[in-house]
Design a protein. Structure first.
Length: 183
């Protein structure tokens, strides 16, 4: 980081390979080994962020850059948020996040000491709709940040593997969200 009286600058690694989005457009889709390698790097990077108590909340092809060796660089942390990675939510809590009475009774909507909600609970709907988990698109209730990152990784995987009309696929999923089990 470089700071002057009038400006603050952040120096980042140069990503000579450009956006993964452009790479896929130019190649239409990736061969299995290349897709597997890039997806493994993405999952590893997201897992590292989650272990450090960070959720990205805007994972998409355009926010994944490639270095000169075609390795993934996760960028654009503008919607990222932190959470207490030591506070694990139980299944009962996660299954009842859409139940407003339950959320109030359990005080899940309250900010805890340290500035966090319980676990990785988030409330702000953000990110890119085509990559967003259904609970971000069709609900205004709390959601678990790590799970929406995992959903976005799944959308990215589909995009890596073949010429799929992702927008059509996602719109179909959102329209049928009531039939989708919670993630």
């Amino acid at each position: 980081m470089v700071e002057t009286e009038k400006q603050i600058g952040i120096i980042l690694e140069y990503a000579s390979g450009g956006e993964l989005f452009d790479y896929i457009l130019n190649h239409r889709y990736l061969k299995d080994n290349a897709a597997r390698r890039l997806f493994a790097q993405l999952v590893s990077g997201v897992g590292y962020l989650h272990k450090k108590g960070i959720v990205h909340r805007d994972l998409k092809l355009e926010n994944l850059l490639l270095d000169r060796n075609r390795n993934i660089i996760i960028t654009d942390f503008g919607f990222a948020n932190t959470f207490n990675s030591d506070d694990e939510l139980g299944e009962a809590v996660e299954e009842n996040l859409s139940n407003r009475e339950y959320v109030k009774r359990m005080e899940l909507d309250k900010i805890q000491p340290g500035g966090y909600r319980r676990g990785d609970l988030m409330q702000t709907s953000c990110g890119s709709p085509c990559y967003a988990a259904p609970e971000l698109v069709v609900s205004d209730s709390l959601y678990t940040g790590r799970k929406v990152d995992v959903w976005s990784c799944g959308v990215i995987l589909v995009s890596l593997c073949g010429p799929v009309n992702t927008n059509f696929w996602l719109i179909s999923l959102v329209r049928n969200a009531s039939r989708i089990p919670s993630i």
